[in-house]
Design a binder for this molecule. Structure first.
Ligand SMILES: C[S@@+](CC[C@H](N)C(=O)[O-])C[C@H]1O[C@@H](n2cnc3c(N)ncnc32)[C@H](O)[C@@H]1O
Length: 232
């Protein structure tokens, strides 16, 4: 089943968010503006995550946040929970800080951090969006255990990840991720794709309610949405 994937953001909302990514100078490079606009207009990720997090006021940590698009989408959606975004890419984090500051986002912070080596203290909800594949199997296990420990009662872990089910979709995903790394589109090559059973076992063992659903949308890739909730 692939029924619950929402539509990407509408043009007005996407343009409203992407405007913050325009260059500071009139003739500056518009790469990040067009990247944000096309991501928001084509990827159902953010509407889906906004739907899941609506009503959850607990602080959110966005692990592997990139330019912090999620923070902009949350604030535009009227979701005001404290937000901390962390990413290994220092120039990206510096840019994310500048853009969020210019856009006047409140309660938003960004920090540089290698999630293969550590993570900040946090208590609330957690987002891990299209990041897991950059970590080794052991690093993923450690990060997921840390993310589970961060969950407050009622807190949500929202994760989009490509899962290894041995099918044609994951083979296309692996090839696409390798190509993205070769061209420099992504900072690193993929290291490991977990199986759904592997993830479910970890969340079950921690006593979380977990839902793992396909999130293919119109893409050829093997994206799944994993939502784990600590009862309470
Ligand atoms: C595909 S992007 C996803 C960005 C964001 N989560 C989103 O959905 O728009 C993957 C991000 O993971 C970050 N990343 C990769 N390896 C990482 C690591 N070891 N620690 C922290 N961030 C990492 C990259 O720098 C990149 O910004």
């Amino acid at each position: 089943m692939n029924r619950s994937v929402p539509r990407p953001m509408d043009a007005e909302a996407a343009r409203g968010i992407a405007r913050a990514f325009l260059p500071e100078r009139p003739l500056g490079n518009r790469y990040h503006y067009y990247y944000a606009l096309s991501k928001l207009r084509t990827d159902p990720l953010y509407p889906g995550v906004l739907d899941l997090l609506r009503g959850h006021a607990a602080p959110l940590i966005d692990l592997g946040c990139g330019l912090g698009l999620l923070a902009h989408a949350l604030r535009r959606d009227g979701q005001a929970m404290p937000y901390l975004g962390v990413d290994i890419d220092a120039p990206k984090i510096e840019r994310a800080r500048r853009i969020a500051g210019r856009a006047g986002l409140e309660g938003v912070r960004f920090e540089v951090m290698d999630l293969g080596a550590g993570w900040p203290a946090h208590h609330g909800s957690v987002a891990i969006l299209d990041v897991l594949q950059f970590l080794t199997r052991d690093q993923q296990a450690a990060l997921l255990d840390a993310a589970i420990a961060m969950l407050a009662p009622g807190g949500l872990l929202v994760m989009r990840a490509a899962l290894d089910d041995g099918g044609a979709r994951i083979r296309r995903t692996r090839a696409g991720d390798r190509f993205a790394a070769l061209t420099g589109w992504m900072p690193d090559r993929p290291r490991h794709y977990p199986t759904g059973d592997e993830l479910r076992a970890r969340f079950d063992a921690a006593g979380l309610d977990v839902d793992i659903a396909p999130w293919f949308g119109n893409t050829p890739f093997n994206n799944w949405m994993v939502v784990a909730r600590r009862p309470g």
